[in-house]
Design a protein around this ligand. Structure first.
Ligand code: PLP
Length: 464
């Protein structure tokens, strides 16, 4: 008995196919049972023969039935399986991430405001790409990325970051975490332990452990990662953020950089340099990369997330020559995950000099926000807080000197008043909970909202 109804959106042939299939699967139609001819079934069900034929063809191509010449269709022998029946459950609502229904003041780290994106340039460059690059747009992009974009990034890195490399050492990736996964694949034959700063970037820690490495957390002292402790570890690679330590914002001075390079040469090891917010320095010129000191020992990575948009998902990685060669060989059959429709406009954006002027504009924009935030914090909180990470990047790290409240309390109190901030889930540290610390990202909040947001924070944290 088959119940077919033209009122349903599902076409008749599909209704018939589905009913036949479930009868076969639940054994109601046992193996070798002959199906009625399409002429007979169509007459019985008052549907066209075509409809029955289409349903039978579908079952035939999926292997539920077999056809025997001049005899008809028979149910295939399908071995019983012990799979549990799939029960469809109603789709759950995506979990509500923000702590409040309505965010009034947004200090979310990593987020930018729409005013910072060069929409009109991007629109023009995208349209030009759609008109000009038709051939390429219907093809795969080479794994290392578009050669033109790689050349432009190399030029930029050489001029602005003192990175020493050629385009065949540079790889376009879909974000820093993607760079980290690729670095892990290259490092696997060399080490099972990767060291990183303590505290350090949680996503890096997650990636390393997820890729099967043991992670050794190396404490920071005033000058950055403690190389003595690093020497005592068995790690043959270390992940660092020297131009703006995440999350403390400290700069690694040249003496410590040189000691790190010394360690890499002595131990035949690699330094993974994450130069994530290298463009944003508000007091002096950006600090040159560590890669420039030891191109053979540094796996360098940078991202467009902070200066253009995190949604573009474009980052890049510069590999020492031997690792770049290995990557090229191993990845020959892979494809670049960044769409050509992003790579091409970005290439032109760099080539036509828009990136440089965008950078200058963004520096002015973020410096204003940085200064306003710092001033508001100092005015409002006085010496009840210590602030680290000033003069660079897109966040400040705040520590309450007399922590009556823990980090999570600070976040939830702020959240209840409509202020979105982050606590320590963005970084890992071996001794968490010592101090109440929160991270204030200022990429998204409007300049004029900063002072009232900071007064409100003071109220909900300290005036209770
Ligand atoms: C330490 C660090 N590295 C890199 C990034 C950029 O990551 P992505 O390129 O995946 O957006 C961030 C931004 O959140 C970061 O904090």
């Amino acid at each position: 008995m088959y119940l077919l109804d033209t009122k349903y959106k599902t076409p008749l042939y599909q209704q018939l196919y589905q009913q036949l299939r479930s009868k076969i699967l639940n054994g109601e139609l046992s193996a070798q049972t002959k199906l009625p001819s399409s002429r007979r079934l169509s007459a019985e069900l008052h549907i066209s023969r075509n409809t029955v034929d289409t349903a039978y063809q579908q079952l035939l191509s999926e292997g539920y039935i077999v056809g025997k010449t001049r005899s008809g269709y028979y149910v295939e022998t399908i071995h019983n399986t012990n799979f549990p029946d799939y029960v469809e459950t109603p789709a759950a609502e995506p979990s509500a991430k923000p702590l409040t229904e309505k965010i009034k003041y947004d200090f979310q780290y990593g987020k930018l405001s729409p005013q910072t994106f060069p929409f009109s340039h991007w629109q023009r460059l995208t349209n030009e790409c759609l008109r000009r690059d038709k051939e390429q747009l219907v093809n795969y992009s080479p794994f290392m990325g578009e050669p033109g974009l790689r050349r432009e990034i190399v030029k930029y890195l050489r001029d602005y970051r003192d990175v020493k490399c050629t385009a065949d050492q540079l790889l376009i990736t879909s974000g820093t975490k993607h760079c980290l996964i690729l670095a892990c694949q290259l490092l696997k034959p060399l080490t099972s332990v990767i060291a990183m700063e303590d505290p350090g970037f949680a996503a890096a820690h997650f990636t390393f452990t997820n890729q099967g490495f043991q992670v050794s957390l190396i404490p920071l002292n005033h000058h950055g990662l403690n190389v003595k402790v690093l020497r005592a570890s068995t790690a043959k690679a270390v992940y660092v953020t020297p131009s703006h330590q995440f999350p403390t914002g400290r700069i690694m001075p040249i003496t410590r950089r040189l000691r790190l390079v010394e360690w890499a040469y002595e131990q035949d090891s690699f330094i993974i340099e994450d130069d994530y917010s290298c463009h944003l320095r508000y007091d002096v010129k950006p600090i040159p990369s560590l890669q420039g000191l030891a191109p053979e020992k540094v796996i360098y990575m940078g991202s467009f997330s902070k200066i253009l948009s995190p949604s573009l998902r474009v980052a890049y990685m510069v590999l020492p020559k031997d690792l770049a060669q290995r990557m090229q060989q191993e990845a020959e059959t892979l494809v670049c995950p960044v769409p050509l429709l992003i790579q091409k406009p970005l290439e032109q954006f760099l080539r036509e000099g828009h990136f440089e002027s965008h950078l200058r504009k963004m520096l002015r924009h973020f410096k204003k926000k940085h200064d306003t935030l710092l001033h508001a914090l100092q005015e409002t909180f006085g010496d009840t807080v210590s602030i680290s990470g000033i003069n660079a990047g897109l966040h400040l790290l705040l520590q309450l000197k007399q922590p009556a409240l823990g980090s999570n309390d600070l976040v939830s109190r702020a959240g209840r008043s409509g202020i979105h901030i982050h606590a320590n889930n963005l970084w890992v540290e071996s001794e968490p909970g010592q101090a109440a610390r929160v991270l204030l990202g200022f990429g998204a909040i409007a300049l004029e909202d900063i002072p009232p947001a900071i007064s409100l924070l003071h109220k909900v944290w300290l005036e209770y």
